[in-house]
Design a protein around this ligand. Structure first.
Ligand SMILES: [Zn+2]
Length: 417
């Protein structure tokens, strides 16, 4: 008995204290989103970033109207997205036809994931102000799709009003919505808690312990793939791809078909944020046939490509770039996703942080928040994850965009490349 008391006193209790201290330390650190960015930047790009959906759209419309003054055949118009709560949601289109031969078409899409539209808008504006020229338009047309998911952009969500992830909802084949994601059901409870959000709750503070237990059972790449690839079973769940095309897809389809029709070589740059190494512009295409893959690699030669089927990344079903490709069968097609990294989600800790923010945001949307403070904190974290406040991050992101544009755009417009 004495020995037992001794063990309890000198071994078990101190050990328990150490374990609790470590867990507390990790959980406190886990809740923080501060980074000391010190990327080397040479120019200030802060003027490219809007402060709301409305200001982004105003700006885009002004830029389009200015272009129309120079090139009279520019077409720009809004597509109204119907909503139960808001009568002023639009996807804005700006199409600048090639001025000579209609050979190449460059498409840039922003805000497929609503809140990611801030950075997407900045890249579109960067392009219009610095790359569009008579020379560029000689054999190349430009189609800009602004705020593909305006509801999410305006209301700081990644998904649409129907809780649908548009980058899982865009059909390349009609059977998309029958896709089964077996792995998802196994993590359903972890990522879709059925109660209101209370940030201070123990369950929430120790989310990462539960998550690490799941990682122990599966492995991070397997878990990441199950969660992120998209699912078509649970409308209230994270990464829901819908049961049918969202209204935006149905509206865009005829527009895209008509505008792309005269062009034989098409490149789409679909602009996203939130995944990957903080401060890095990742080139992150969905996997494709070998021949197409080789061509895409050659187009982006000199830059690293993060293929989705490697360990740190993931593949998706129903991606928007693939959908645009499916509307243009038989043409030379270059689908590329720009992904501006924010929370180091290629690491275990960053990955858990990212998914935790997504979980809380969807949980709050479905089941409410315990307090206004909880709600504000979750919205703020979501915005920070997809549109970091750091000026250094913002400048560096556009600087890397320029680096890619400088090399790839001339390559794309060169006829014999
Ligand atoms: Zn995205």
């Amino acid at each position: 008995m004495k020995t037992f008391t001794k063990i309890l006193k000198y071994v078990f209790l101190p050990l328990l204290i150490v374990i609790v201290a470590v867990l507390l330390y990790i959980s406190l650190g886990f809740g923080k989103l501060d980074f000391k960015d010190d990327f080397t930047v040479t120019e200030d790009y802060s003027a490219l970033y809007p402060d709301s959906y409305e200001s982004a759209r105003d700006n885009f419309r002004t830029l389009s109207a200015d272009l129309h003054a120079t090139y009279t055949d520019v077409q720009y118009f809004p597509l109204w997205v119907s909503s139960e709560t808001d009568s002023d949601l639009t996807i804005d289109i700006c199409y600048i036809p090639a001025q000579g031969d209609s050979l190449n078409l460059l498409i840039m899409s922003s805000g497929v994931h609503g809140v990611e539209g801030y950075v997407g808008h900045a890249a579109q504006q960067l392009f219009l102000e610095n790359y569009l020229s008579d020379e560029f338009l000689q054999n190349t047309g430009v189609l800009l799709l602004h705020a593909v998911n305006p509801f999410g952009f305006k209301y700081t969500r990644r998904v649409t009003e129907n809780n649908v992830d548009m980058n899982r909802n865009s059909p390349s084949t009609p059977d998309l919505y029958e896709t089964r994601n077996e792995g998802y059901s196994q993590v359903y409870d972890l990522i879709n808690p059925q109660k209101e959000v209370r940030i201070g709750s123990l369950e929430n503070r120790f989310f990462f312990v539960k998550a690490i237990n799941e990682i122990r059972k599966a492995s991070l790449p397997v878990l990441r793939q199950a969660v992120l690839q998209g699912q078509y079973t649970y409308p209230e769940g994270l990464y829901f791809g819908g049961h049918k095309p969202e209204p935006q897809i149905e509206m865009l389809e005829p527009v895209i078909v008509q505008i792309t029709q005269p062009y034989n070589r098409i490149m789409i740059l679909d602009l996203h944020t939130g995944y990957g190494e903080r401060g890095k512009l990742h080139l992150f295409p969905n996997p494709m046939e070998d021949e197409e893959r080789r061509k895409l690699e050659s187009m982006f030669d000199g830059f690293d490509i993060d293929w989705g089927d490697t360990d740190d990344f993931y593949t998706v079903t129903g991606d928007f770039a693939g959908f645009v490709g499916s509307l243009n069968p038989g043409k030379e097609f270059y689908p590329m996703v720009f992904e501006y990294g924010t929370l180091n989600s290629q690491t275990t800790m960053g990955s858990l942080k990212s998914i935790h923010i997504m979980i809380l945001e969807n949980q709050g949307h479905q089941h409410g928040f315990a307090s206004a403070k909880d709600s504000m904190r979750v919205k703020a974290d979501l915005l920070e994850m997809y549109f970091p406040e750091s000026e250094n991050w913002r400048n560096f992101s556009m600087q890397q965009t320029r680096d890619v544009f400088d090399v790839v755009l001339p390559r794309f417009t060169m006829q014999d490349y």
